[in-house]
Design a protein around this ligand. Structure first.
Ligand code: HPA
Length: 244
């Protein structure tokens, strides 16, 4: 089994990956965010891509999600694990916690969100009732529990357009909609993986409470400190999930 890993903010490389090849790939949908980094992680064949580029220069609405997934598929991955940092909406999902969402609500707009895009591509209406792959979620959950970090095995992932953070009213609306966490990059990625037939699951790291839910304003310094604190554990967790 060959696993594709998409690293989000704070995860631009997998230090534990024994790299065998770095490959620049072109796809019918354009260029992916960066080179694909292939190698062995804990004995498992892995291909890694940094969603925002290794220099973190691509904002959420400009990521070429179609090219990233198509490139992973071209490298013959069998499944995709995606890492996203998010804000907590559910009061139980606090900074430092991990969430393995089971549902998603898409609030993004104007992103290239499908491969069924005319010009010779077949029109597919994929079933997206369960947006994330259950066996992959279970694998992530097992590794997350073993990591010792607080983990929530389900949750609704609301995905906003960004790059700005939300207003307090937007977060109240999302809470009313049933969202537990909020991020900017979970969609259209999950739906594109489904269109390609690639099993896909998300590991979300909560790095702040969402807008209006904490006494102080959201601080980028605190978000970065939380990413720096938790990402080494997330990397080890991914390594153990891959070899499961
Ligand atoms: N909102 C949207 N995306 C995010 C947040 C947030 O509060 N925190 C990290 N990614």
């Amino acid at each position: 089994m060959k696993i594709g890993i998409i690293g989000g903010s704070g995860l631009y490389a997998l230090d534990e990956l024994e790299v065998t090849q770095r490959q620049a790939v072109d796809t019918p949908w354009g260029k992916p965010s960066d080179q694909l980094v292939c190698g062995s992680l804990n004995g498992c064949e892995v291909t890694f891509i940094a969603r925002h580029g290794e220099a973190h220069h691509i904002p959420p609405h400009r990521v070429n999600y179609r090219a990233n997934l198509a490139a992973l598929q071209a490298m013959s991955v069998d499944a995709v694990l995606a890492v996203n940092v998010v804000g907590g909406i559910n009061g139980e999902m606090c900074p430092g916690d991990l969430v393995i969402p089971d549902q998603v609500i898409d609030y993004t707009w104007n992103r290239e969100h499908t491969y069924s895009d005319g010009a010779g591509s077949a029109l597919q209406h994929v079933d997206f009732t369960e947006p994330y792959d259950k066996p992959l979620r279970e694998t992530l959950l097992k590794a997350a529990i073993a990591s010792g970090l607080p983990v929530h095995g389900e949750g609704v992932h609301g995905v906003t357009q960004g790059p700005r953070l939300e207003t307090a009213a937007e977060i109240r609306r999302m809470a009313n909609d049933g969202c537990d966490i909020v991020g900017m990059t979970g969609m259209p990625e999950a739906a594109l993986a489904r269109e390609l037939g690639l099993p896909y699951a998300c590991l979300a790291l909560v790095v702040n409470m969402a807008a209006g839910l904490a006494a102080e304003p959201i601080s980028m310094e605190k978000i970065e400190a939380m990413m720096a604190l938790r990402m080494p554990v997330v990397r080890r967790l991914l390594a153990s999930a891959c070899s499961d």
